[in-house]
Design a protein around this ligand. Sequence first.
Ligand SMILES: [Zn+2]
Length: 504
Amino acid sequence: MPPSVPSVLATARTFTLDGIAARPVRVEVDVHRGLPNFTIVGLPDPAVREARERVRAALVNCGFEFPLRRIVVNLAPASLRKAGPGMDLAIAAGLLSASGQLEWEGLGAVALAGELALDGSTRPVQGALAMAEAARESGAEAIVLPAENGAEAALAEGIAVIAVEALGQLPALVAGEWDPPRPEPLPLRLGPAPGAPDLADLRGQPHLRHALEVSAAGGHSLLMIGPPGAGKSLAASRLPSILPPLAPVEALEVARIASACGRLDGLPGGRPFRAPHHTISAAGLIGGGSPPRPGEATLSHRGVLFLDELCEFRRDALEALRAPLESGEVSIARAGGQRHLPCRFMLVAAANPCPCGRGETDPDCTCAPYDVQRYQGKLSGALADRIDLLAAVRQPSAAEIGGAPGEASAAVRERVSAARERQEWRLGPGRCNAEMSPAEARACPLAEEAAALLADLYARRRLSGRAHDRALRLAQTLADLAGVETIGEDQMAQALQMRRRDNG
Ligand SMILES: [Zn+2]
């Protein structure tokens, strides 16, 4: 302790969760003579302020003494909002050290995170993985956290992870009498879990199957239009199973998000699939609040976000999704600057062809022409310009439903993975055709006939530049699936067919 700051008796390191990032917080504990009092300053939220009661009870119930003095706990930096009960353990350790009950010389070199129960046992915190990583980045030697967070924190390499069951274990730990082994890291599954929904369940529907495969191969967003019960939801939920397995670094990103949202226990592994209800708010969809909470877009990072009944979603929620879809991250303005949450997901949406759902061409359709027009207007306003691929889905026939199961996910996934490999080789690691910039899309090698086809349509239908580039990206994916170097006439014709909206 430098002599220039004699009033600070103990400092400890901890973290507060901000979005999915762990921000370092320094806990300074000062114990003075004076009327017994316990104050926490430094922008604590109510849960942090209540640490006073939890820490007091935990100390006493673990056989320590609660100092009857004037205690001030300062959480620095003071400008950062501190949220949640995860600072209990660091405050308790600082208090034990400041009051001379624990001779912990290395306290400043160790990070602590965890909530305390009244009996002194530790309770898990959200974001333990991000905290362990932040502890490593900030140069801490070890992180001490609740036993239940041990496996998750152990995913962070390069830092010692010490999992404790109770506050009462600290004296033995500090004295070197107890040296707990590093917890086994949580197993991260890269591919779909056994028994996960399989594409074999989709019987018949060759058209829809092909659309799914192309969309998976190039990372293209997909809109399925068809009557209720045609299998749109079933198809969407099978999409993660035909995507290539996660790279280990991607699996860690997914785990970090799940850890920050306290969902790591239920993480099935593989790519996430999220299907929020259409009543969801903009904040629920893209994240919000203070400190910011990740929304569905971030929870589907590296996976699939499925918007069923696209037209029923709130206009402002869909509008809010536009920028994140393009940039792959959500930006939230908060005090102290912008917060960025990752959200590289594939968008899959489904809609009925008309308000009654049967479709105008069905003789049983009861919709007035005006209603159909209004509905389709709503549909084209709803992110339609962000959709790469359109699939018309029909009711499967009785023979199809009773027939043999379709091709299984594993076989489709192989073709998709091969196509993705070609893209990574061309565009760089982790990138796919859907992410190509306009310049990259226009640099795709194009056969003469294919170029003529696109130019003709561009002139005749007055395609927008955006639609022109989307057709190129899609055609490139079809070429990658076919394993050819140059986009041929076939692939271009098919791409234009799959983006039929542009054809008017
Ligand atoms: Zn209708």
